[in-house]
Design a protein around this ligand. Structure first.
Ligand SMILES: NC(=O)c1ccc[n+]([C@@H]2O[C@H](COP(=O)([O-])OP(=O)(O)OC[C@H]3O[C@@H](n4cnc5c(N)ncnc54)[C@H](OP(=O)(O)O)[C@@H]3O)[C@@H](O)[C@H]2O)c1
Length: 337
């Protein structure tokens, strides 16, 4: 079997570390793995399989001779360095929002739109974490009954803001426990024992950029620009795992039973919906898993063809690392790399 030369940019971050674990756990065929980050963590060691790899400082000359570079180092780094990877003939899978809405850049969730991956399209965008889990759940319903409108509210874990988000919650919980002053570093307000309806910056129309990303990216991935979506995104004091309450209106009638049946057969979806056992998805049960979990599937009787679903996934895995590794696997499967 052919093996590949792979680079992880942002290897020391919350997503980068999961990326390395996911490459190992999914047994991606690797010949050489290079780990890159900023000068801050150059020289640090990260374990991959039975080896300790040394993190090096990113520079534009690393990409020649490599097959795939997975970037999780923020938008500015991707904007600057992804073109060097592409120029060197190295496929770049980017986790930031830098390239997602560019017309010729594929924005990919492998269960939903693998067909947009093509030879020679060297920069590939990984969607926003909240978008990924939503489209995995919407796609089978859209195919069956044509979705007209979606209203989504999110409950997003602090790890969505990276290592510093995790640290903030940890430090604040400890401070509260010890009766000390709570410091606010990363979020707009204290996140411990709180909810913050504000992720990313506010736009002129009152929506946040995170909400706009969910809307525009979903239209692009489903290749349906008539589908109307509105979103409210909320940060919650959970370390890991995003949850979403999604209200759906379809053109054709779809019962809760039919929705449950089509979701149970959908790629990458696990239905957890047995009310007699209090079974429904939650962040603690999605942690460390690659799938998207769907439950609380029920009809919304206030509209003609309405449905409510509850969707949970590990934001660091399906929302980032495992979706990116699945894209790499699809590049291999299609003979693109
Ligand atoms: N967290 C999520 O759930 C999630 C989901 C989807 C997408 N993303 C995206 O993934 C990216 C990384 O997020 P994260 O949560 O992993 O953040 P993070 O924990 O803050 O990690 C950032 C990583 O980027 C590296 N980095 C920063 N500036 C760099 C530079 N100039 N050159 C090279 N490396 C640099 C850091 O290296 P040092 O150790 O050297 O600082 C670190 O490895 C972001 O674009 C984010 O939007 C995150």
């Amino acid at each position: 079997m052919k093996k590949y030369k792979v680079i992880v940019v942002g290897a020391t971050g919350a997503v980068g570390r999961e990326m390395i674990r996911t490459l190992e756990n999914r047994n991606f065929p690797i010949q050489v793995l290079k780990l890159l980050a900023s000068s801050r963590s150059a020289g640090s060691k990260i374990k991959f399989k039975n080896n300790e790899l040394t993190v090096e400082e990113l520079n534009k000359n690393f990409f020649k001779g490599f097959d795939i570079a997975i970037f999780s180092a923020g938008g500015d780094t991707s904007k600057k360095f992804a073109p060097y990877a592409a120029e060197a003939g190295c496929y770049c899978i980017d986790n930031s929002s830098a390239w997602r809405m560019e017309k010729d850049i594929p924005l990919v969730v492998p269960e939903v739109n693998p067909e947009v991956l093509q030879k020679g399209r060297y920069i590939i965008a990984n969607p926003n974490c909240s978008t990924i889990q939503m489209v995995v759940a919407l796609k089978p319903i859209h195919d069956l009954a044509k979705i007209k409108r979606v209203v989504v509210s999110t409950y997003q874990a602090v790890s969505g803001a990276g290592q510093k988000g995790i640290l903030d919650l940890k430090e604040q919980l400890t401070a509260i426990e010890n009766g000390e002053t709570v410091h606010v570093n990363n979020f707009q307000y204290q996140i411990a024992n709180n909810l913050i309806p504000h992720i990313d910056v506010f736009m002129d129309d009152g929506y946040t950029k995170e909400e706009v990303k969910m809307i525009k990216e979903t239209n692009k991935i489903l290749n349906d620009f008539d589908l109307k979506i509105t979103a409210t995104t909320v940060r919650v004091p959970v370390y890991r795992g995003h949850a979403e309450s999604i209200n759906i209106e379809t053109k054709d009638p779809l019962s809760a039973k039919e929705a449950k049946s089509v979701l149970s057969k959908a790629a990458g979806v696990i239905v957890q919906d047995d009310l007699s056992k209090n079974e429904y998805p939650m962040p603690i049960s999605s942690e460390g898993k690659y799938e998207t979990f769907v439950g609380r599937i029920r009809e919304d009787k206030t509209v003609k063809n309405g449905l409510n679903i509850w969707v949970v996934s590990d934001n660091l895995l399906k929302g980032a690392a495992s979706n990116a590794v699945q894209i790499a696997e699809t590049l291999v499967f299609k003979g693109i790399v």
